[in-house]
Write a new protein. Structure first.
Length: 187
């Protein structure tokens, strides 16, 4: 197993739980952020009428997410400062399980080789802010199932989950940064 990189922090959870908004707030404050694979892939695939969409070919979609996350991880390792990820490699494992698809061995090997900080920030389902859009077609019940699937994948790979409170985005960002400072100081 590759050594855990205590500068690389993942925010995971179901769709519509405020992950991307939180990361945009962190980015606006000058922190490095790695974008979510799923949304980027959906946008690209829609633009070219490609097959790797979750409603066309879920296994291919997961494969592209894994590749995107591996590249994001490599790019982040070159930075000296902390990097915040909108999802990480274990999310693809959770996604495959959610879809009832087998998890290929290379996904498990990737999750063992690509190691983030020991704490993972989990954005719980939050009905008050949940909304569907062109890229988010899941209903709230599926968002809840997604949360369970992805957080289980992180736990199985040895991470400690820190649930984000259901509070405003600025307060959420402060919560995250306080925990990050704790990791940096060894708390």
């Amino acid at each position: 197993m590759t050594k855990t990189d205590q500068r690389l922090f993942v925010v995971t959870g179901g769709p519509g739980a405020g992950k991307t908004t939180l990361l945009a707030t962190l980015a606006a404050a000058g922190h490095a952020v790695a974008p979510e694979a799923g949304r980027a892939i959906i946008r690209d695939q829609l633009a070219i009428d490609g097959p790797a969409l979750p409603w066309r070919d879920r296994a291919l979609f997961a494969e592209l997410m894994l590749n995107f996350d591996l590249r994001s991880y490599r790019e982040a390792q070159a930075r000296a400062s902390p990097v915040f990820f909108d999802r990480g490699v274990p999310d693809s494992i959770g996604y495959l399980r959610l879809c009832g698809l087998p998890v290929p061995g290379h996904f498990e090997r990737a999750a063992g080789a690509v190691r983030y900080a020991r704490i993972i920030f989990a954005a719980p389902p939050w009905r008050d802010i949940y909304a569907q859009d062109a890229e988010r077609k899941q209903d709230f019940a599926e968002a809840e199932r997604t949360y369970e699937a992805v957080t289980s994948a992180y736990r199985e790979h040895g991470y400690k989950l820190v649930e984000l409170p259901r509070i405003g985005v600025e307060a959420r960002a402060a919560f995250v940064l306080e925990r990050v400072r704790g990791v940096a100081s060894g708390r």
